[in-house]
Each structure stands twice: as C-alpha cells, then as structure tokens.
Unconditional design. Structure first.
Length: 86
C-alpha cells in the first residue's frame, strides 16, 4: 500500500437507495487497498443546496475539492487521478 497522504481528500456525494452510489462506494473501498486517502460520504438529500447542485448527478466524486467522476468510478482511473493530484 502506498503511504498515507493527508492532503488526499475524497468526497463522495451520494443518496440512499442509489444503485450506482453503492457501486461507487465498493469501488472506493477497493481503491483504499492500494492507496490510503481520506473519504467523506455526503448524502445530498440532507442539504437543500447539495440536492439542488447534485440531484441528477449522484454519485459524484471530488478529489481535493475538484469534481473527478460522476455516475461511475473506474478504479484504475480513480487511482491514476488520485496519485496525480497528491
């Protein structure tokens, strides 16, 4: 495993009952076996502004504050992007 990098912060915007969100969570969990990163999961349905912003886009993945993926997360591409941003 690559050593932890505290500057790598990943946010997954999601919602309950979302099949693609569940798959994205599984993909990110697998990716954490290769490289450590901070992960925050945020339910867009708990905040009106997030709901307005991401309602039709979940799941959405941000890496270090920048949108990196929406709908689907390819594990190898995620790892490549994460390594490039850290």
């Amino acid at each position: 495993m690559t050593s932890p990098d505290s500057s790598a912060e990943v946010i997954l915007y999601t919602r309950r009952g979302c099949h693609l969100c569940h798959i994205a969570k599984q993909t990110l969990a697998r990716a954490r076996r290769s490289i450590d990163f901070g992960l925050q999961e945020v339910d867009v349905d708990t905040d009106p502004e997030l709901l307005r912003q991401f309602n039709d886009e979940v799941p959405v993945v941000f890496i270090n504050g920048r949108k990196a993926f929406k709908y689907r997360v390819d594990e190898q591409e995620f790892l490549r992007v994460l390594r490039a941003k850290t």
